[in-house]
Design a protein around this ligand. Structure first.
Ligand code: DC
Length: 226
C-alpha cells in the first residue's frame, strides 16, 4: 500500500473555531488517527519559554522543534516525562506559538513529524496548513471557521469550565490579533484553500459540525475517490 493511499481529512481554520473538537470527534467516529498540529507549535513555544530562549531566534527555535521529545497518548501530551496538555493551552503559550509559527525554519522542522501521523486506517489532521502544505493530497479539505465574537465566547466558556479566570474583551482582542498574525505571515498563512469547503459554525453546535464533515466524507467515498 502506498503512503498516499491512506486517507487524510484536513480541517483548517482560525484559533478557537472548534476545529480541534470537531476533528477529534470525526476521528473517533471513523476510527482514524488524529493530529493536533497546533499542539506541536505550542510545544515548541513552551519548551523555548521554559529554556528562556529568545523567541526571535529562528535557528534556535527550529532546533527545539527538531529535538522535541513528545508523545501523544489519549488525552495526554507528554514532553519528556511531564503531561503538558494544560500547560500548552494558556494564553501566553498561545501567543508565543502564533509568533514562532511564522518562522519558515520552524515550520519545515515540524513537517516530517506531522506527516508521520499518516497511518492506516486514516488520519484527521487539524491546523492552518493541513490541506495546503502538509497533506495537499487530502481526500477532504475543510475550512472551519466562526465569527471572532463567537470564538471568543466559546474560549471564555471553556476557560470558565476549567476554573481559569478570563476576560472576554481581552480574549476577543487576542483572537483578532492572532488571526491577523496567522493570516498575514508569509510562511503558510491561514487562508481557505481553493480545494477546501467552507464550514461556518457560528450558528452550528459541535454535533452539527461533526455531522457535516462526516456527510462530506461519506460523499467523497461514494463518489469513488476512495
Ligand atoms: O490551533 P492552535 O490554536 O492550537 O495553534 C496554535 C498556533 O500555531 C496558532 O497561532 C497558529 C499556529 N499553527 C500553525 O501556524 N500551523 C498549524 N498547522 C497549526 C497551528
Amino acid at each position: 500500500m502506498n503512503f498516499s493511499d491512506i486517507p487524510v481529512i484536513a480541517i483548517d481554520g482560525p484559533s478557537a473555531s472548534g476545529k480541534g473538537t470537531v476533528a477529534q470527534r470525526v476521528a473517533r467516529k471513523l476510527g482514524f488517527h488524529y493530529l493536533d498540529s497546533g499542539a506541536l507549535y505550542r510545544l515548541v513555544a513552551l519548551s523555548a519559554m521554559r529554556s528562556k530562549l529568545d523567541l526571535a531566534d529562528e535557528g534556535m527555535l527550529s532546533d527545539v522543534a527538531i529535538r522535541l521529545d513528545v508523545v501523544f497518548e489519549d488525552a495526554e501530551i507528554r514532553l519528556g516525562n511531564e503531561n503538558v496538555a494544560d500547560a500548552i493551552r494558556t494564553e501566553r503559550c498561545s501567543n508565543a506559538a502564533s509568533r514562532i509559527a511564522a518562522y519558515p525554519q520552524v515550520r519545515k522542522a515540524l513537517l516530517a513529524r506531522q506527516r508521520a501521523f499518516r497511518c492506516l486506517p486514516g488520519l484527521v489532521a487539524d491546523g492552518r496548513d493541513m490541506g495546503s502544505i502538509v497533506f495537499p493530497d487530502a481526500v477532504l479539505k475543510i475550512f472551519l471557521t466562526a465569527s471572532a465574537q463567537t470564538r471568543a465566547q466559546r474560549r471564555y466558556k471553556q476557560l470558565m469550565e476549567k476554573g481559569i479566570d478570563a476576560n472576554i474583551s481581552t480574549l476577543f482582542q487576542d483572537i483578532q490579533e492572532r488571526d491577523a498574525r496567522d493570516s498575514n505571515r508569509s510562511a503558510a498563512p491561514l487562508h481557505q484553500d481553493a480545494g477546501a469547503s467552507l464550514l461556518n459554525t457560528t450558528e452550528l453546535d459541535i454535533g452539527q459540525a461533526v455531522d457535516s464533515v462526516l456527510n462530506q466524507y461519506a460523499e467523497v467515498c461514494t463518489k469513488g475517490h476512495l
